[in-house]
Design a protein around this ligand. Structure first.
Ligand code: AHR
Length: 332
């Protein structure tokens, strides 16, 4: 072979080696440690509440700030079928990690098995899933203990009644639930019911879903007021958006929220704590949406093949008239 042919062949081999190395850094399990970005597909369940908007912002801004992350975002508009298609799209695109805030608990086995078969780790955000062997289908979960939140609501009510020497007064409770089958709804309903069962003078006389939205919260509360407005003296509402709608319905029915009807809500948004200061709401159980940084850290660790904590509970507190003011403004 002539000298210049040897040179051409050598350049060809070097170019091939570069190409192979480049492909490897995009698709191998240790891509990010080799300098490539981690592509994260995030399926958010919707934009039904102020809490949800804060959660989306937390994840988006953490992704933007993190130089190792390239995030693809999809909003499912509260529909599980949209989340399933988004996850399938992420699999097709070959993302490195998938994060999903599941709208309901059940029905995820098939699509998460597809992600597993494609070797794409899954992070659950905020809500939990349930079903046969689902624990093997996700690598990490970052969210709230909703049953504990529900218990906190019940315990707060018991203490509040006791403080007023009204522990044995008959409580006719109206209960506004979140999206039916969402782990946030299932857990809160279960936790509150556990406490309610231990008080023979507590009666849940109305219970219906307001789907975590202000509009539906108002509609359902209007119906509650029509059928039992003269009896209801407690409202438990599974998020602040529904509570804001319910407060309006109570006022329109001629009652005073926070006085005629003791109101306990969840989320602890700015609006929620302001309602406490205005005397229209009595307690707000915090649900923390600021999980963005934890999601990014977990996604990077998974891509780098590191072991991650399977369940991470976000820190949460409770607010009432004793501490609402000093905790304002809230970040959401
Ligand atoms: O899953 C968390 C819940 O979902 C929040 O309480 C609610 O506001 C949201 O829509």
């Amino acid at each position: 072979m002539k000298k210049n042919h040897w040179l051409t062949a050598l350049i060809g081999i070097i170019a091939m080696l570069f190409l192979v190395a480049g492909c490897g850094s995009n698709s191998s399990a240790s891509g990010s440690s080799k300098g490539g970005k981690v592509t994260l597909g995030f399926s958010q369940l919707g934009a039904e509440s102020q809490w949800r908007t804060a959660n989306t912002k937390s994840v988006q801004s953490a992704a933007k700030k993190n130089k190792k992350i390239n995030m693809k975002f999809s909003d499912a508009q509260q529909k599980q079928e949209n989340q399933i298609s988004a996850i399938r799209n992420f699999i097709q695109q070959g993302v490195d990690v998938i994060a999903v805030a599941p709208v309901v608990e059940t029905g995820w086995e098939t699509v998460l098995k597809e992600a597993k078969d494609a070797n794409i780790p899954v992070i659950l955000v905020d809500r939990m899933i349930k079903g046969k062997n689902v624990d093997d289908l996700y690598s990490a979960w970052i969210g709230s203990d909703f049953t504990k939140e529900g218990r906190k609501a019940g315990d707060w009510l018991a203490t509040y009644m006791k403080k007023q020497n009204k522990a044995s007064e008959k409580l006719n409770i109206a209960y506004l639930q979140g999206t039916t089958g969402a782990s946030a709804q299932v857990g809160r309903t279960k936790g509150f019911a556990e406490v309610a069962k231990t008080h023979s003078n507590w009666d849940i006389i109305e219970k219906q879903s307001g789907n975590f939205t202000r509009e539906e919260g108002k509609e359902v509360m209007e119906a509650f007021m029509k059928s039992s407005g003269d009896k209801i003296n407690v409202l438990v509402s599974e998020n602040d958006d529904m509570t804001m709608g319910a407060i309006q319905a109570i006022q329109e029915a001629g009652k005073t929220p926070g006085k005629d009807i003791t109101i306990i809500s969840f989320d602890a948004t700015n609006d929620g704590l302001q309602a406490i200061l205005d005397g229209k709401m009595n307690a707000d159980i915090e649900c923390n949406p600021m999980s963005g940084n934890d999601v990014m850290k977990t996604a990077i660790a998974l891509k780098e093949g590191k072991k991650v904590q399977k369940k991470v509970y976000v820190h949460e507190s409770l607010f009432d008239i004793d501490n609402a003011k000093k905790n304002m403004p809230r970040p959401y």
